[in-house]
Every structure is written in C-alpha cells, then in structure tokens.
Design a protein around this ligand. Structure first.
Ligand code: ADP
Ligand code: MG
Length: 265
C-alpha cells in the first residue's frame, strides 16, 4: 500500500544570482512500512525535498499525497503529527535550557496528544523506547553524549505517534559504533511499530543496513530508484555507479562488526 505519493514535485529558489532549481519534477511513491533511502551528493536537493514532504517549505509545483489524501502546503495538525522529522544534529533543535523531558513533551502539547496528565507518561515511554533511562528526562542537552542526543531526537518524533519518519542524515555526525547502534534501534522501531522511513544519507554503507529501496538524486532530479540489492549489484545509471565506487573501503573487521551490530550477518 502506498503511504506517500509524490508527483512531478519541484522547488525553485529565487536568488539574487538567479533561480536555483533545487528539486526538479520528481515523482515516486513510498510504501507503508518500507525504508526508502534517498542518496545523492551534497546539494542534490535531498533536504529541500524533505522539507516539502514535512510541509515546512512550500512547493513550486507538483503534488503530494499521504494515505490517498492530498497534502496541502498548509498542513493540518493531523498531517503534521503523522510526518515527523529526525535531524542530523538534534542539539541545534533542542533548547539548551529546557530539560530533555520537556523537549520531548513539546510535540504532545502542540498536537494535544493524550490528556495533560498522561503526557509525562508518554514522554517516559518514548525515552524508554529509544533505550534512555527516564531519569535522563530531567537533564539538559549539554550533559548528553552525541548518541544520547540522537536518541532524544528519535524519542521526540516517536512521542507524537507518527506514521512516517523523515530522517535527514540521522547518523552522519556520529562515530561508527554509535552509528551502528542507532541504526539497529531504528530498524527495531520500524519493525515493532510498522513505521515508514524516508532515510536521507550520503553514506551508502548506511543504506545497505537500513533501506529496502534506494532513490538516487543528482542535481535535483531522481536518476534511479530500485531495490537496495539491485542498486548495489546492478546499478543502471553512470551516476549511481560512481556513487557506489566512491564508498570508502572499510576493513573487514570493521565491516563485520558493523553488520553484526545492525543485525545483518
Ligand atoms: N533557502 C535556499 N535558498 C536558495 N538556495 C537554496 C536554499 N536551500 C537550498 N538551496 C540550494 O538548493 C540546492 C539543494 O540544496 P539541498 O536541498 O540542501 O541539498 P542536499 O540536502 O542534497 O545537500 C543547493 O544548490 C542549495 O544551494
Ligand atoms: Mg541536506
């Protein structure tokens, strides 16, 4: 079943030096329960696309629909609750003075999820779901490690009970072992909760561990979309072949460890 459908979506930024065609007539669909990776070099339009899906950036043209309903540029509360973002650097989006618990609770207050007395319980459950001690909710972001902060970013999104998570480079700022644990957590959460992911990354090693399908972007255009296996074993476009060729060679021990941690033997 299709959860999100995108048709001929475009975004052009008007700049003093002329128009920038950041996303050009992109069409694809995301199935309920799948993890679709979006890959492409820096500047290929990945974040712009994510922002249009989230409704934080208005499209120039094209159509978006979610659960067979058109998604307007001005989103309803229900639209916003259903599609949540997990960012690369959660510290920049967490108020340094606010406790972790209060930050996770914000979405619940915004979308009026549950009655007020139940919200702290939901916050505790969300922290627990991402492997954080509930007592950590009383601390401020600066006292957390990078991995813990990324877990908070995921907890914040989860607390809103979304159906689609847009993850924009969620592990790019983390070292390889912490990254592997976060990927493992994301895989588990998707399976247990039937979530759907759009996973944006420039790291093809990550893609192999999380994605069912891969969409390859170049200069704002979708150049290839296929199963993860096919992208790696039978890439159709020259650009995809180049991207795969550019994957850094990790040594066998590191690769085995990473695969073991994310549950892929
Ligand atoms: N607000 C903006 N104003 C003007 N140009 C922008 C803006 N946001 C992004 N761009 C341009 O759009 C293109 C795509 O950017 P982006 O979506 O951030 O790519 P990616 O996330 O793949 O690195 C780039 O050329 C970028 O410079
Ligand atoms: Mg980006």
């Amino acid at each position: 079943m299709t959860l999100l459908s995108i048709k001929e979506l475009s975004k052009t930024f008007r700049t003093p030096s002329g128009p920038v065609h950041a996303v050009r007539e992109v069409s694809f669909a995301v199935n309920q329960g799948e993890c679709l990776a979006i890959v492409g070099e820096s500047g290929s339009g990945k974040t712009t696309l994510a922002h249009m899906i989230l409704g934080v950036l208005a499209r120039t043209s094209g159509e978006l629909s979610f659960d067979e309903q058109p998604l307007p540029d001005k989103r309803t509360m229900a639209n916003r609750q259903s599609i949540q973002l997990v960012q690369q650097n959660p510290l920049s989006s967490l108020n340094p003075k606010r406790t972790i618990g209060a930050s996770v609770r914000l979405g619940l207050d915004t979308y009026q999820i549950g009655d007020k007395s139940a919200r702290w319980k939901t916050v505790g459950a969300a922290l627990d779901a991402v492997g954080l001690e509930p007592s950590l909710g009383k601390r401020v972001p600066a006292t957390l490690s990078g991995g813990q902060r990324q877990r908070v970013g995921i907890a914040r999104a989860l607390a809103c009970n979304p159906r689609l998570l847009v993850l924009d480079e969620p592990t790019s700022a983390l070292d390889v072992l912490v990254q592997a644990r976060i990927l493992q957590l994301l895989n588990t959460l998707r399976r247990e909760r039937g979530l759907t992911y759009i996973f944006i990354t420039h790291d093809l090693a990550v893609v192999r561990n999380v994605a069912d399908r891969v969409a390859v972007f170049q200069s704002g255009q979708l150049v290839e979309l296929n199963s993860t296996d096919a992208i790696f074993t039978d890439p159709q476009s020259t650009y995809t072949r180049q991207l795969i060729g550019a994957v850094p060679v990790v040594d066998d021990t590191e690769l085995a460890l990473r695969n073991k941690l994310v549950g892929n033997q």
